[in-house]
Design a protein around this ligand. Structure first.
Ligand SMILES: [Zn+2]
Length: 452
């Protein structure tokens, strides 16, 4: 198939006008000027996308798709009260509700131009949703536990679950990984055990790290709001938790979990020595600017990540702490926050953020040879954006970031399969997904009224 468009944005080379991409099976075979490619591939079926801008699909490096129905339900709370409310509300959902919620998340991801997600969740609801919608993804099963003596059993149980997921997943699209949740919910022994098993079974590792002041306080000094609240809620209040008395990053280093396979979400509370550690172990970062701002957690030092040469991509986090799974929203908010905080524009261009949502995101998860840019031999993960409402622009990257909303993403292809064309989903019943999710959501709103 030869897909032609007004612009092709390869990301790793300058945009091309009146250009095409040749796709055979799941792969990109060639790209270049349409006139030239039509001569080189005269027998290929032509799909003319007209005035669309064709570019690589976006990578969302941090999601919990199963929390999608929590959108708009928890607002105005700081980190610890927020997470406690989240846990309490979550108790009201049943398996089918989590599945409906994750499906809605996968749908919203596709509709806003995402083709790859890195998701962490406890149940297999995200795996099912990602598979159903034909997304590419790394699906990580979460493990928790501050009681070090239970760590071996916890990981054994997780292993059985994750190997089951792996046997059911399409290996061409989905990798199964493991997610030791966060420093305030994972004992040193559990990190150690996860690290050993991740090596043994070749699991990517996604985790939360240095996200909030409360987490920092809990790990560094013990006590604080997390100790008073979450520990009780999780049933760990009788544990004799000894704070490691170091930063969250050093805590993870001490227990041997850090390495190239680790993708750490947030990394807001990091100092120079923490950054040095992250660099030393080549840990990749999922930068989540809107979620961090939404919960009042702060703004991560992106310029310093870049100065140290860390691998950094972007993530939305879940809709319990964000208002859309739209990566264009994430890019522009991230750009504004960084420019506002640093009072600088240099090094913080639209192109920088577009790269983080594409090729740099792919590099962060070790998939830069397969996705993240348009190049011969890479998988055909492509989206088409309609910016015909913009009369003119001087910089295509900026035009894309500042003007694209979900309604403007009208074409999506993942692994050579068209999942959306002319704004219409293919093989996915969007109305049914929304209906199912609404039923799940009603349980949460009912709970809210009961509580208030
Ligand atoms: Zn998260």
């Amino acid at each position: 198939m030869l897909i032609s468009a007004r612009y092709v944005v390869p990301i790793t080379s300058p945009p091309l006008k009146n250009a095409s991409i040749v796709v055979e099976g799941r792969d990109i075979v060639a790209f270049g000027p349409t006139v030239k490619l039509k001569r080189s591939f005269p027998h290929h079926k032509v799909l003319d996308l007209g005035h669309l801008i064709l570019m690589p699909g976006l990578l969302n490096l941090h999601t919990h798709l199963d929390y999608t129905v929590f959108k708009d339900l928890i607002e105005g709370l700081a980190f610890t009260p927020w997470i406690m409310k989240l846990v309490r509300l979550g108790l009201r959902l049943k398996r089918e509700d989590w599945e409906a919620s994750a499906l809605l998340g996968a749908l919203r991801a596709i509709q806003s131009g995402t083709t790859t997600v890195v998701d962490s969740s406890r149940s297999d609801s995200s795996l099912k949703a990602i598979s159903h919608c034909g997304l590419r993804g790394i699906v990580c099963g979460e493990v928790f536990g501050l009681n070090g003596r239970r760590s071996s059993q916890t990981v054994q149980e997780a292993l059985a679950r994750l190997l089951g997921w792996r046997s059911r997943a399409n290996p061409d699209l989905i990798q199964v990984g493991i997610s030791p949740h966060a420093p305030y919910t994972v004992s040193g022994q559990l990190y150690q055990e996860v690290s050993r098993r991740a090596d043994e079974y070749d699991f990517p590792v996604a985790l939360h790290l240095a996200e909030s002041a409360d987490e920092y306080q809990f790990i560094r000094h013990g006590g604080g709001r997390l100790a008073r609240g979450l520990m009780v809620l999780a049933g760990w209040s009788r544990l004799s938790w000894q704070p490691p008395a170091v930063s969250p990053v050093k805590y993870l280093e001490q227990w041997g979990i850090l390495g190239k396979r680790v993708l750490a979400a947030h990394c807001v509370y990091v100092d120079d020595s923490d950054l040095e550690i992250l660099h030393k172990y080549d840990v990749a970062i999922a930068h989540c600017p809107r979620s961090n701002a939404q919960l009042g957690n702060g703004i991560a030092p992106l310029a310093e990540f870049h100065q140290r040469g860390l691998r950094v991509g972007l993530g939305t986090d879940s809709l319990a702490s964000n208002y859309s799974l739209d990566m264009f929203d994430e890019m522009r908010a991230g750009l504004w926050l960084q420019r506002g905080m640093t009072r600088q524009v240099e090094g913080l261009s639209a192109e920088t953020f577009l790269r983080m949502a594409t090729i740099e995101g792919a590099r962060a998860i070790g998939m830069e040879d397969k996705i993240g840019s348009i190049a011969g031999g890479k998988r055909a993960d492509l989206i088409g954006v309609d910016l015909s409402h913009i009369p003119s622009f001087s910089n295509l990257y900026a035009a894309l970031i500042f003007n694209t909303n979900p309604g403007n993403v009208v074409f999506s292809m993942i692994n050579g399969q068209i999942v959306m064309e002319k704004g219409q989903l293919k093989g996915i019943d969007g109305d049914e997904i929304v209906k199912r999710a609404d039923r799940a959501r009603r349980k949460l709103t009912k709970v809210r009224q009961d509580n208030e």
